[in-house]
Design a protein around this ligand. Structure first.
Ligand code: PBG
Length: 316
């Protein structure tokens, strides 16, 4: 008689596991705040901290020693303005942080490439009459990309969901001689309420409106494939699906259809839901994040951006 439970015995269960979650696939996000000198707690993300330029090398060194291969950097500048000029300042927070990381570690440094943390209105592009302008934003994204590459970024990751951002960034990088800098595009990025805690973490809340005019509608599947296809055609080397857990169908389809290196972003809200439930004693945090990460991997992610990378590494 066929007995499926035979292969579920301890030891055998692990041998026949189809998915292998491994530290080499994980990317740890880091927030670097220009205005602080010691790490500051992120209240909405229990267990997560913003780093300062002073604390960054030690934190990054720890991540490297734990075997984490890569970090995704977000900068919080001291000043914001209408056009987000801090995003492409050679002495900006992110540029300083990248240089510091490249001097002190061998981590792969990925930079989030967007204007929202640098604009006074908090949107991902230039604004006119409360509308986010697309084509006018593109040259600025090109400048941000070259400033990141010049600082030493290994990979740039545009997250603003402007149309043609990938081709604008690719040509700007190529013109400046950064032909070998890969682009990880946030290709299928949804207008998700699960980014909520990130607004505190990166202080990227917006002064008016929302992001529904440029990020995708959670109701759409086919559109995600279209977005990914366009970004690949424009020159994206890797693509991302974001958020992760509520969007596993998208992840599976993207990996199956395009076969390009595919990242999933387990976002702030996905982190905080589990962390908060764990604080209340309602969930086992470790078991919950291991299960969530395994499922994201099973759905086709080659890489996972996760706030639990460091905790995962400590278990190894
Ligand atoms: C900025 C950006 C956001 C996130 C990553 N890059 C916020 C947004 O698009 O509103 C969210 C990450 C998270 O919630 O963990 N463009």
């Amino acid at each position: 008689m066929r007995r499926m439970r035979r292969l579920r015995a301890l030891g055998i269960r692990e041998m026949v596991a189809e998915t292998d979650l491994s530290l080499k696939d994980l990317i740890q996000p880091i927030f670097v705040d220009e205005r602080i000198s010691v790490p500051r707690k992120i209240e909405a993300m229990p267990g997560q901290f913003r780093q300062s330029l002073e604390s960054l090398p030690a934190e990054a060194g720890l991540l490297e020693d734990l075997g984490i291969p890569a970090v995704l950097l977000f900068g919080l500048p001291a000043q914001k303005d209408e056009v987000g000029s801090g995003a492409y300042d050679s002495q900006g927070i992110i540029q300083k942080a990248v240089r510091l990381l490249k001097e002190t570690t061998n981590l792969v440094v990925i930079t989030d490439l967007c204007l929202c943390e640098y604009t006074s209105h908090g949107h991902c592009g230039l604004i006119k009459n409360e509308k986010v302008l697309n084509d006018e934003t593109l040259p600025i994204l090109g400048e941000v990309a070259t400033s990141h590459a010049e600082a030493g970024a290994d990979i740039v990751a545009p997250s603003g969901m402007m149309d043609h951002m990938v081709s604008a960034i690719r040509s700007a990088l190529d013109v400046e001689g950064y032909t070998d800098t890969p682009i990880l595009s946030y290709a299928a990025k949804y207008a998700s309420t699960f980014y909520g805690p990130f607004r505190e973490a990166a202080e990227s809340g917006f002064a008016f409106g929302d992001r529904k005019g440029y990020q995708m509608n959670p109701a759409n599947f086919a559109e995600a494939l279209w977005e990914v296809q366009l970004d690949i055609e424009e020159g994206a080397d890797m693509v991302m699906v974001k958020p992760a857990l509520p969007y596993l169908d998208i992840l599976r389809a993207v990996k199956d259809m395009f076969g390009v290196p595919t990242a999933a972003y387990q976002v702030s809200g996905e982190y905080s839901m589990i962390a908060a439930a764990a604080e209340k004693g309602w969930l086992d945090e470790r078991a919950a994040f291991l299960e969530a990460l395994t499922c994201i991997k099973r759905a086709g992610a080659d890489m996972i951006i996760t706030y639990w990378a460091k905790e995962f590494a400590k278990l190894e």
